[in-house]
Design a protein around this ligand. Structure first.
Ligand code: NAP
Length: 370
């Protein structure tokens, strides 16, 4: 009799907890007192099961692929919303059979978004564009789109929402991208109470638009006399930080994730030139008005070249707010540790295996900010 009473008391407690916390997921079925998910099984790795189901909007992008890989490798089931059939192919083998679930979606289609988040206990929104297109301007992606995903996730009872913004998000920024990122943060926080906002610095890695772009188009990094300050961060560090959030109680915080050092474009130009054995660019510094005119003219073609907002951003120093790496359990690495991995391909055949040469680091006032 007492067993029946304690079982019904447990059931009531469970029902109360469900009411309090909203939707429950597999990983909530835990053993006491260890709190290990009952559903999780196997040694950590590809074939393990964490019991979490996670949706990653923006999974087909640069940061998205590394996040999906890290989640899948922990044994988390990942829903990968995609627009183009070919853009998600590389993600499928990142997890064990059935662990990577592709779903077609459109940012304007509410029922598709609802389908994508239906079974998830965490939703990541990595959707973003650093240039406007004919179909999607900055606000429709960064503000309205982000709000729509957050609102539908809240309505669907998703317990946690992580929104990726930008270190330089600011309502008063001259850049449309940074302005809309700030507005997006506000709308997401209003639509999903307790949403976590992540603000990474400029990312570098294999598919980046920084080291690769400097190697190909150094002239466009000489704007502002190459004096603009930046806090580049390794894409793997940010992906690891996001993956760690799955197991962390962090909620409702804004977490800044810039790189460990503040550097100038001048230093990055020297770094790329030294590592690739290409002589430093002797091109003159282009005046801002000319750069803007060229970027506007480049809008005539349909593929992305330099956009006018990008020109504006090349004159904006990265925000110097302190970093919050401790909150996500990652120690960020310096750009010199990884740069060669990503730009060796720009070396000529005869220089391919030569030693790495690093330029002298200039002293920048707030050099190391952690
Ligand atoms: N890269 C950086 O240096 C950096 C720095 C700070 C913050 N961030 C932020 O981090 C996030 C990820 O950056 P990233 O470098 O990985 O960007 P990315 O490579 O450009 O990828 C963007 C992702 O968003 C999706 N997307 C863009 N517009 C969309 C639309 N209209 N409808 C549906 N999906 C759309 C893309 O899908 P498709 O593949 O279908 O186009 C892609 O999956 C973005 O929010 C970005 O603003 C990036």
């Amino acid at each position: 009799m007492s067993n029946i009473m304690s079982a019904s008391a447990n059931l009531l407690r469970l029902q109360h907890a469900v009411k309090q916390q909203g939707k429950r997921a597999y990983h909530d079925l835990v053993t006491f007192p260890s709190k290990k998910p009952i559903i999780s099984q196997g040694p950590p790795g590809y074939s393990a099961v964490t019991g979490h189901v996670v949706t990653v909007f923006g999974c087909t992008g640069f940061l998205g692929r590394y996040l999906v890989s890290k989640l899948a490798r922990q044994g988390t089931q990942v829903i990968i919303p995609y627009r183009d059939e070919d853009e998600k192919r590389h993600l499928k083998p990142m997890g064990d059979l059935g662990q990577i679930v592709p779903m077609e979606w459109d940012l304007r289609n509410e029922s598709q978004i609802a389908e994508c988040v239906r079974h998830s206990d965490i939703v990541f929104n990595l959707v973003g564009r650093d240039y406007a297109t004919k179909s999607f301007d900055f606000p429709s992606v960064q503000v309205d789109g982000a709000e729509r995903i957050a609102k539908i996730s809240a309505q669907s009872g998703v317990p946690r929402f992580v929104h990726v913004s930008h270190l330089n998000a600011s309502a008063t920024s001259p850049s449309k991208l940074y302005q809309t990122k700030a507005e997006g943060e506000e709308r997401v926080s209003a639509a999903f109470k307790g949403a976590t906002i992540i603000r990474p610095g400029p990312l570098y890695g294999y598919e980046d638009k920084m080291l690769n772009n400097i190697a190909i188009w150094p002239i466009w990094w000489k704007l502002n006399d190459a004096k603009t300050r930046t806090r580049p961060v390794h894409v793997m560090d940010v992906a690891q930080a996001l993956a760690n959030l799955v197991h962390s109680p962090q909620q409702g915080r804004t977490i800044a994730l810039p790189g460990p050092s503040t550097l100038t474009y001048e230093y990055l130009l020297d770094l790329v030139s030294s590592l690739t054995y290409h002589p430093p660019s002797s091109a003159p510094v282009i005046p801002k008005a000319v750069a803007l005119a060229v970027a506007k003219a480049a809008q005539a073609v349909w593929w992305p070249l330099l956009s006018p907002d990008e020109v504006v951003r090349r004159y904006i120093d990265d925000d110097d707010t302190p970093a919050d790496w401790d909150a996500v359990g990652v120690t960020p690495s310096e750009i010199e540790q990884h740069a060669i991995q990503y730009i060796r391909r720009y070396r000529s055949a005869e220089n391919f295996s030569r030693p790495n040469v690093f330029p002298q680091r200039p002293v920048v006032s707030h050099d190391v900010i952690r």
